[in-house]
Design a protein around this ligand. Structure first.
Ligand SMILES: [Zn+2]
Ligand SMILES: [Zn+2]
Length: 81
């Protein structure tokens, strides 16, 4: 599978994963991590949080950043680390 956003831009780039939001392929240079906490109720008044993540493309990352700034979500860039 190839990167969807790169294909739209006229490039052919091998995808390393699939965007969990739009379902398109996403390449290593453009992949983002949608990091969010899942609250779990342990005992009353004692919440624990587990952090999980999803692979998303840059297009969906921009939408999430703009429209879902709360809910413990943060979008992290993977490239350049
Ligand atoms: Zn790409
Ligand atoms: Zn996407």
């Amino acid at each position: 599978m190839n990167c969807f956003d790169c294909a739209l831009a006229g490039r052919t780039t091998t995808a390393i994963g699939t965007c969990m939001s739009c379902g398109g392929g996403v390449c290593a240079a453009e992949v983002q991590l949608d990091v969010h906490e899942l609250p779990h109720t342990g005992s009353p008044g004692n919440y624990t949080h587990r952090v999980t993540r999803s692979l998303i493309c840059q297009t969906c990352a921009a939408v999430i950043t703009e429209h879902l700034p709360d809910r413990g979500r943060s979008v992290k860039s993977v490239a350049g680390r």
